[in-house]
Write a protein that binds this ligand. Structure first.
Ligand code: ZN
Length: 372
């Protein structure tokens, strides 16, 4: 055997080794995250209960029902509409694992865009997961992509025509759940998820529905509550309460002509009052530097700090960063304030949660302390 033959064999073996290791890491993202139902969870179901053709697919998200058995409001909380927005789905996981319901009913879907948790977005350098210390063990959660996994829907169209509005968006938005409502039962996978969520809202007679998000610090709609016209009084009252606690939230109205979004379509097409909440997440920002699991948890980025110090940020960016604990604490406190305001406007629709940690508790103890 000549020397260059040996080199070729060595190179081939090295390439095979790298491919095998990369494939293992890639495939590991298909392993679902462990979500441990807490004392409040009475039943666990799936989106396929609302649209049968999701059964057996990677998009069949789990649905957790926390039922007090007493009459009151039915509240829906979605996390993971965008699986690269961890504070949204971690807030939903805390509700599932730590909270009980004393009056009314809470339905939680922590990872509603389930297939989006099986991959990350190309060219972003995102970590595949991050870990938190709970009381007894290390809990690891996947960091996913903004949209559904592209494989079942491949290829994306050049232009995404939103159904049924016909609104045109860039092709990759076809996998964005928050452009796909109301969806359709025989549409793309993402449209089918949207359809199942709409069915759930109708069949379970949801009164108040929450969609928990995060966005880049430079996006104007952060630290915000976005609401449909019908929820504006409730949201405004909640905002006043939060303001007295020194928690600033911006009130944003859902644009009437922007179709496919949860706060628009749930509000127009169901009896539910929708609320979308956004926290500030540096890992989604374009200014960010090193992109790793530490950035998910600590939310500290030197370039954002510099931008804030130079006064170029339009939005308040905390110089100490935007840690996951603060982002989850904001979501939990915002949710609670909106529910209190909703009970003032409709006293017969009560929802009373037990075990919901306060803003300060989450900041002090961290998110892991409220996991099973
Ligand atoms: Zn989002």
């Amino acid at each position: 055997m000549k020397r260059h033959h040996i080199m070729a064999v060595v190179l081939l073996v090295a390439v095979a080794l790298v491919c095998t290791l990369a494939a293992r890491e890639f495939m590991a993202m298909n392993q679902p995250d462990e979500i441990i139902p807490g004392p409040g969870v009475k039943t666990v179901g799936a989106l396929s209960n609302y649209l049968g053709n999701l059964a057996g697919t990677s998009s069949n998200a789990s649905v957790y029902y926390l039922d007090s058995g007493k009459p009151g409001a039915t509240v829906l909380v979605l996390g993971g509409t965008h699986p690269n927005e961890p504070a949204g789905f971690m807030t939903a996981v805390v509700l599932t694992e730590h909270v009980s319901v004393l009056e009314g009913r809470l339905i939680v879907i922590p990872q509603v865009c389930a297939s989006g948790f099986t991959c990350t977005d190309p060219l972003e350098g995102y970590p595949q997961s991050f870990s938190l210390q709970s009381k007894s063990k290390v809990r690891t959660f996947r960091f996913g992509s903004r949209g559904s996994n592209p494989i079942p829907e491949w290829p994306d169209p050049l232009v995404f025509l939103q159904y049924p509005s016909g609104q045109q968006l860039s092709g990759n938005e076809t996998r964005n759940l928050n452009r796909s409502y109301p969806g359709r039962p025989d549409g793309t996978v993402t449209e089918r998820i949207a359809y199942a969520v709409m069915q759930l809202i109708d069949r379970e007679k949801v009164d108040y529905a929450f969609d928990l998000h995060e966005a880049a610090p430079e996006i104007p709609i952060i630290n915000a509550i976005v609401t449909h016209e019908k929820g504006k009084d409730i949201a405004a009252n909640a905002l006043f309460t939060l303001e007295t606690e020194n928690l600033q939230f911006a009130l944003e109205m859902s644009p009437v002509n922007f179709h496919g979004l949860s706060h628009r379509e749930w509000g127009d097409r169901s009896a539910a009052f929708p609320f979308l909440m956004e926290t500030s997440n540096p890992i989604q920002g374009r200014l960010r530097g090193k992109t790793d699991a530490t950035l998910v948890l600590r939310g500290t980025d030197e370039k954002y700090k510099e931008a804030a110090q130079l006064g170029t940020m339009r939005i308040t960016y905390e110089l100490t960063g935007e840690p996951l604990a603060r982002r989850v604490a904001r979501h939990l406190r915002g949710l609670q304030a909106i529910l209190s305001a909703s009970m003032e406007s409709a006293p017969e629709k009560r929802i009373v949660l037990d075990g919901l940690p306060t803003y300060e508790q989450v900041l002090e103890q961290g998110v892991g302390a409220y996991l099973q």
